[in-house]
Every structure is written in structure tokens, then in C-alpha cells.
Design a protein around this ligand. Sequence first.
Ligand code: SF4
Ligand code: SF4
Length: 69
Amino acid sequence: MKMIEMPVIDQAKCNGCGLCLSVCSCQALVLVGNVVTAVETTDCGWCTLCEAVCPTGAIRCLYEVVIEE
Ligand code: SF4
Ligand code: SF4
């Protein structure tokens, strides 16, 4: 299983509540103009808490399954 490097944010769904920032231990998320943006230079710990607390479904922690032969 391969993780995508950073959570994917649908900025159209973000209401700027800041809940995701409050649970992120890696400072990987910032509010810019009341919309969350992922800081690409930060190492995301992939705890998926941001996805879990977001009330609007704006953040998704995606991964892809890679089958190796
Ligand atoms: S998955 Fe965890 S470490 Fe990564 S941005 Fe979300 S809350 Fe922060
Ligand atoms: S928890 Fe969801 S709605 Fe709230 S600031 Fe984060 S991405 Fe936006």
C-alpha cells in the first residue's frame, strides 16, 4: 500500500473551522484566507486525524494499493 504524500483538500468544501489544524501534530496544514492548505514541505505523519475530524469531508487521506509480483 502506497500513501499519497499529503492529504488531498477540496478547498470548495472547507469552511475554515480549523479543526484539522488543531489535531495535526506535524504543522502540515495552514489556514490561508480561511481555507486550509497543505504545506508540501512538511512531513505528514499520516495519522489521518484531519480527515476524521473534518465536518465537511474536505480532507481525504488517500492511498493506492500496489500489487507487486
Ligand atoms: S494526516 Fe495527520 S499529520 Fe498529516 S496533515 Fe492530517 S493531521 Fe496532519
Ligand atoms: S476541518 Fe475541514 S472544514 Fe475545517 S478547516 Fe479543516 S478542512 Fe476546512
